[in-house]
Ligand binder design. Structure first.
Ligand SMILES: NC(=O)c1ccc[n+]([C@@H]2O[C@H](COP(=O)([O-])OP(=O)(O)OC[C@H]3O[C@@H](n4cnc5c(N)ncnc54)[C@H](OP(=O)(O)O)[C@@H]3O)[C@@H](O)[C@H]2O)c1
Length: 262
């Protein structure tokens, strides 16, 4: 992997912050390039001791990763002399116009990664209205180290990213746990995860025609047909799509009155 000479400050080393730090360290970034600010004394101690990163104490920083909850933003205080080249916000549903009211000075990039950053297997959706190629290139170099990334052209699509990239793994895992429950004493997990990887390969190569693949798997009167019939009767796929719609709606409501969609 290419060399990475920037310093990183993670504000809020909770679930996501810690996963990002671990993934970045696994990618070869050195502990002395990462600093944290974390409220929770126990969490702070655990992360600095186990991962060897230091508490931030006003060093000028290249990249700041804001990983606090959206409702904690109004209480965030950064001293006037705080110095960073870019502020990356992972806050769900919190738009750049709103972030600007709290974080006026710096170019802002919104990022929606997920906890698989820990294993360098995140998908990260990114959005910025900053025109600087230098900023984009720094952000690319950072997130490429922890998985795949996609730049979105519209900020409004970050709500979709929140539902699919950020929350999506929890919905899929809930589904997996119900399937695994069918026969816990069998090697069901190995078969399930393998089949999901097969499904992703089929979908990625479908050229948008997923239905043709479904048809090719489904023999008349066979096992797949029986399962699909049950899915249609129970509206299983429609219900799952609605789960994402509810999540998108929640993301849109997180910021309350200040929401301005692009
Ligand atoms: N978890 C995910 O899978 C995921 C995925 C994508 C995006 N996100 C986004 O990532 C953000 C963080 O989520 P999370 O699940 O990691 O939350 P979390 O586990 O609660 O972590 C946030 C941490 O930040 C600390 N904190 C809050 N304000 C602080 C401040 N001003 N200075 C220093 N530390 C501060 C909190 O401490 P206290 O609790 O003591 O205040 C907490 O330990 C959210 O905005 C969320 O939308 C999360």
């Amino acid at each position: 992997m290419s060399s990475f000479n920037y310093t990183i400050h993670v504000i809020g080393a909770g679930h996501l912050g810690a996963a990002l730090i671990q993934g970045l360290l696994s990618s070869g970034i050195l502990p002395n390039q990462i600093f944290i600010t974390e409220h929770h004394p126990k969490r702070r101690q655990l992360i600095t001791q186990e991962l060897g990163v230091a508490n931030h104490s006003n060093e000028p920083i290249d990249i700041t990763l804001l990983c606090i909850k959206p409702q904690q933003l109004s209480k965030l205080v950064l001293i006037d002399s705080y110095s960073t080249k870019v502020m990356i916000s992972t806050l769900a549903g919190t738009e750049i116009n709103h972030l600007n009211q709290h974080l006026k000075k710096w170019p802002i990039v919104r990022a929606m990664p997920n906890l698989a950053a820990f294993y360098q297997a995140s998908m990260t959706a990114l959005y910025t209205n900053d025109q600087s190629d230098t900023i984009r290139s720094m952000v690319n170099m950072l997130f490429q180290r922890i998985g795949q990334l996609i730049w979105l052209e519209k900020e409004s699509h970050m709500h979709l990213a929140t539902a699919i990239v950020g929350s999506g793994p929890a919905f899929f895992l809930d589904l997996f746990s119900h399937i695994i429950h069918i026969d816990k004493k069998s090697p069901i997990e190995v078969m399930l995860y393998g089949a999901i990887e097969s499904t992703i390969a089929l979908a990625k190569n479908s050229n948008g025609d997923i239905q043709s693949i479904i048809n090719a798997i489904t023999s008349p009167g066979g096992t797949t047909e029986a399962g699909l019939k049950m899915m249609q009767e129970n509206k299983s796929a429609k219900n799952l799509a609605e789960v994402f719609e509810v999540t998108i709606k929640k993301s849109k409501g997180l910021q309350g009155k200040n929401t301005v969609l692009s």
